[in-house]
Design a protein around this ligand. Structure first.
Ligand code: FAD
Length: 453
């Protein structure tokens, strides 16, 4: 039996669930392949803290995600620890202003000069990015997104910085790995966006009490009648009257005839669902989307005494096999509650994740823990629990020329299938995913209204 639906949403991450909430009056159906909703927002609660292998930093209250947090009565606390810190050549430089790093890091004279020079270039790139995203009369979100990707969107960050001293290169490589990219792949535009976000820590400067997973759990409960879990879409075919969506679920295979579809799964998974029927322009646009890998290790420690990382939220670690160290418990120490261990997250993106590819999960964990113990010997003997997640598709980043396919992605497929997900936007974050969910939902509604007129 073929089921009929106005809207089928494929993928139950933030993008898909946000789209579903926009279309609630049309009785949308979310098909989600895994046994849980939330995709790359995933945490397991441990008291006020949570082991987390995905998104952890929240945007301000005046955002789509901020309003969801508020609606579900969830609590986000401002990150109090410093965000701009670097551990290199056996020295941790914490809480310095960005321009002071070349002086404070343990670098050779040449490394210092090269890093300072490159820093000035980064400043210039961020200024260009900020000018590009200033709202102009008549702007839509899509127009701002496009300008943001375009300003420095045809050159890799590595080419923009030019030949670097090895010490400066190590620092910038680690920074590019933060977006699951590498110096020679990620654009100047993408990195300028990241720097703008990190320097303006107010933008993503909050953590959720009890873990980010509480948000996707709440969204999942809110949308429960509209969600089918463990239901993987296997084929999509656009027909004269709509879209046929084939799936395999707990009760076997089925087909839904949908008038519109919001497709909210990672871009690399889309072509296989359409096979030969994918329009050529969409196929080449999707091929320009890069979602890099990141291996994440979430670590719960059991100390009750103060530790040297207590005042740090994030630390760049160019000398480790992971490139980032986060202390998620930081916000909670500021509440004055007795210390209940720390919740650390370490991850290696881009080339760092690929370098681990031949290892077993246990070996990856061992490699990360060895480097963690080197970075902070105080963690030895205090590891209470760990959770490893080798994401194949972790965070999207633009490669040179990616902005040129933006309009094709924004248009969707055959006026019936609309694309949503952080990769449709220019910055891999929950808010981007939510924005694209809102846009895709609006496009689906326009088509349905026109069908009825
Ligand atoms: C390590 C890490 C740290 C991050 N940190 C932050 C942060 O601090 N702040 C922030 O804002 N963002 C952060 N992000 C990014 C954020 O997690 C993502 O931008 C966001 O969650 C993407 O949501 P999405 O809905 O676009 O995609 P996803 O979450 O990937 O959802 C896609 C869904 O589609 C499902 N699916 C796939 N194929 C099929 C199929 N064939 N049929 C049905 N369902 C299918 C998947 O199971 C998944 O649930 C981080 C990401 C990672 C990996």
């Amino acid at each position: 039996m073929v089921e009929d639906r106005d809207v089928v949403i494929i993928g139950g991450g933030i993008a898909g669930m946000t789209a579903a909430r926009e279309l609630r009056d049309l009785d949308p159906l979310i098909l989600e392949s895994s046994e849980r909703v939330g995709g790359r927002v995933w945490s397991k609660r441990r008291g006020d803290l949570a082991l987390s292998v995905g998104a952890h930093m929240f945007p301000p209250p005046d955002s789509i995600i901020g309003r969801q947090v508020d609606e579900f009565g969830l609590e986000v606390l401002p990150i109090t620890g410093s965000m701009l810190n670097i551990a290199m050549n056996d020295r941790i430089v914490a809480g310095a202003r960005p321009e002071a790093f070349p002086l404070k890091l343990a670098l050779s004279l040449r490394g210092r000069v090269a890093f300072a020079r490159a820093g000035l270039k980064v400043r210039k790139a961020v200024a260009e990015h900020e000018a590009a995203v200033i709202r102009r009369p008549g702007d839509t979100e899509a127009m701002i997104r496009l300008r943001s990707m375009q300003a420095g969107g045809d050159i890799s960050f590595g080419d923009y910085l030019g030949s670097l001293h090895p010490e400066a290169e190590r620092i910038f490589q680690a920074l590019c790995n933060r977006s699951s990219g590498d110096l020679d792949s990620i654009t100047k535009a993408s990195m300028a966006t990241l720097f703008a976000h990190v320097w303006d820590s107010g933008d993503l400067g909050r953590n959720m009490r009890g873990g980010s997973g509480l948000l996707v759990d709440a969204l999942g409960q809110d949308l429960a009648p509209h969600i089918r879990l463990q239901t993987a879409v296997t084929r999509i075919a656009v027909t004269a009257s709509g879209v046929d969506v084939e799936y395999v679920g707990p009760d076997g295979a089925g087909t839904i005839h949908a008038r519109t579809v919001v497709l909210a799964i990672p871009a690399p998974l889309i072509p296989a669902l359409f096979g030969e029927s994918l329009p050529a322009d969409t196929a080449s646009a999707l091929a320009r989307v890069t979602i890099g890998p990141t291996t994440v290790l979430s670590v719960l420690t059991d100390e009750t005494e103060p530790m040297p990382w207590d005042d740090i939220y994030s630390l760049l670690t160019p000398d480790c096999r992971f490139n980032m160290f986060f202390n998620h418990s930081n916000a909670f120490h500021a509440t004055g509650a007795p210390k209940q261990g720390s919740l650390l997250m370490i991850y290696g993106g881009g080339g760092r994740a690929r370098a681990l590819a031949g290892l077993t999960d246990a070996e990856k964990e061992r490699a990360f823990l060895d480097d963690l113990h080197r970075l902070y010997p105080q963690t030895r003997g205090h590891i209470a629990e760990t959770w490893l997640m080798p994401w194949q598709y972790a965070v999207p980043h633009a490669t040179p020329g990616r902005w040129r396919v933006q309009e094709t992605l924004d248009r969707g497929i055959a006026d019936r299938v609309f694309l949503a997900g952080d990769w449709v936007g220019e910055f891999g974050a929950m808010e981007t995913a939510a924005e694209t969910g809102v846009d895709a939902a609006a496009a689906a509604r326009r088509v349905l209204s026109a069908d009825r007129a």
